[in-house]
Design a protein around this ligand. Structure first.
Ligand code: SF4
Length: 438
């Protein structure tokens, strides 16, 4: 089970909130200052810019720049709260929508006011999250007409062009860029596609502008390990990865898989790095969506890389030939490393793919697969060579599963009566809505 533990020195004004295991009600949220503000949308935008808030979906783009771009694009802007969490090791977006739907909807409404948007959408595949958001919309109807759009869950469904394509009635598949959604998105209008945590932080800043730097300076994290439990946490930027591993319960990590599957692998020498986008980028990795999987003494980085790329191969949207062949080749090569059948030129091939494939697909999935291979070679070169001749004990005991073991469950959330909040009709999590093409 995934537990929740805040590393923030206070509870008010945090994304986890005061009672993260209980669904917030509209009454409680408004009583705490939600949906109200003394500042105009322009003033709130200034606060967001001054705080240096960056997006939490993975790319970390400055939020104020995105808001201004959509506002100044002309047309009739649209805002999309993107809650489609494709990374198997991340739970924070689904938890936010299940536990704090009002915080997200408040942020969406404020982003709409800043950009001049007249329509809003909450885009999600998690049926529990969709139900919670619909209930919240009934409790506190927003100023901006807002609709929930459900999609089938895939790794790429949350990519911003896939979200736009789905909301426009098509399949949830990425499209070539340009145009980017802020240029031409939903209904061909300039569209802000914003991660739900990003919108939550806009709402937190609106309620407590005096705390804007602390609000922008902390982030939700999903921490897990093969040998221990999983943790949904909130921590200030600047916290070291080693400290996070200790909190999660991995005493001496041998490395980590960073950013969901997007930041690649890092070795034990990198655990002194802090949560700092620039420092992580310099070290060749990324925080991405805030999902970090620490490797314990019994876990093999080669098997972890094989799991990651195996998952990416299975999730390829199969639109780009180079993605289909590239992810399959990398996945097969990594799997062969784990079962002792790797060819002598394995290192050379992995190196060639890791440098030649990024940027050649319509979305970042192929980049993630190439990055996993390249980071494995950089962080664990001796281990890769050792796998050319023999199967290691960890790989023999726990061969790659295609990524199933990378999945982290969403922490349970209770309603006000202490019941599991998923008491509305239990949908089939595996279902694909007839109106939800991929
Ligand atoms: S890169 Fe892969 S996952 Fe992305 S759009 Fe192309 S085929 Fe689909």
């Amino acid at each position: 089970m995934t537990v929740i533990r805040s590393l923030m020195p206070y509870r008010a004004g945090t994304a986890l909130g005061a009672v993260p295991h209980v669904v917030e009600s509209g009454a409680a949220y408004t009583a705490d200052g939600g949906y109200r503000s003394t500042d105009s949308p322009e003033r709130l935008l200034d606060h967001v810019a001054d705080a240096g808030l960056r997006g939490r979906g993975g790319a970390g783009f400055p939020v104020a720049v995105k808001l201004r771009t959509v506002r100044d694009s002309g047309g009739s802007p649209v805002v999309v709260a993107n809650g489609e969490e494709g990374e198997p090791g991340s739970v924070k977006d689904r938890w936010l929508l299940r536990a704090r739907p009002h915080l997200v909807l408040d942020g969406l409404d404020r982003a709409a006011a800043i950009t001049g948007a007249t329509r809003g959408y909450v885009y999600v595949s998690d049926p529990y999250a969709a139900a919670r958001v619909r209930q919240a919309l009934t409790e506190c109807p927003p100023r901006t007409p807002t609709e929930v759009i459900e999609t089938a869950h895939t790794y790429v469904a949350g990519e911003e062009t896939a979200a736009v394509r789905r909301i426009n009635g098509g399949p949830a598949l990425p499209t070539a860029k340009p145009p980017r959604p802020y240029e031409r998105g939903v209904g061909d209008q300039p569209t802000l596609v914003s991660n739900v945590e990003t919108l939550a932080r806009i709402a937190l800043i609106a309620a407590r502008p005096e705390r804007r730097h602390e609000i922008a300076g902390s982030t939700l994290l999903t921490l897990s390990s093969p040998d221990g439990g999983a943790l949904l946490s909130e921590a200030p930027y600047g916290t070291t990865l080693g400290a996070l591993a200790a909190v999660q319960g991995t005493a001496k990590p041998s490395g980590a898989l960073m950013g969901g599957l997007f930041g690649g692998l890092i070795g034990p020498d990198a655990l002194g790095l802090t949560l700092d986008g620039a420092a992580l980028a310099t070290a060749g990795t990324a925080l991405g969506c805030g999902a970090i999987r620490f490797l314990g003494p019994g876990s093999c980085p080669v098997a972890t890389a094989a799991d990651a790329v195996g998952h990416l191969q299975a999730e390829s949207a199969r639109q780009c030939g180079v993605c289909v062949s590239g992810t399959a080749a990398i996945a097969d090569t990594l799997r062969r490393l784990t079962d002792g059948t790797a060819a002598p030129d394995t290192e050379e091939r992995l190196r060639r793919w890791s440098s030649g494939l990024p940027g050649r697909g319509a979305c970042g999935l192929l980049d993630a697969a190439a990055g996993a291979a390249g980071s494995l070679l950089r962080a664990f070169p001796d281990l890769v060579r050792a796998h050319l001749g023999a199967v290691c004990a960890a790989c023999a005991a726990a061969p790659p599963t295609g990524g199933h073991r990378l999945v982290v469950p969403v922490p349970p959330v209770m309603d006000h009566l202490g019941q599991r909040a998923h008491s509305f009709p239990e949908p089939d999590p595996e279902r694909v809505s007839p109106s939800s093409p991929r």
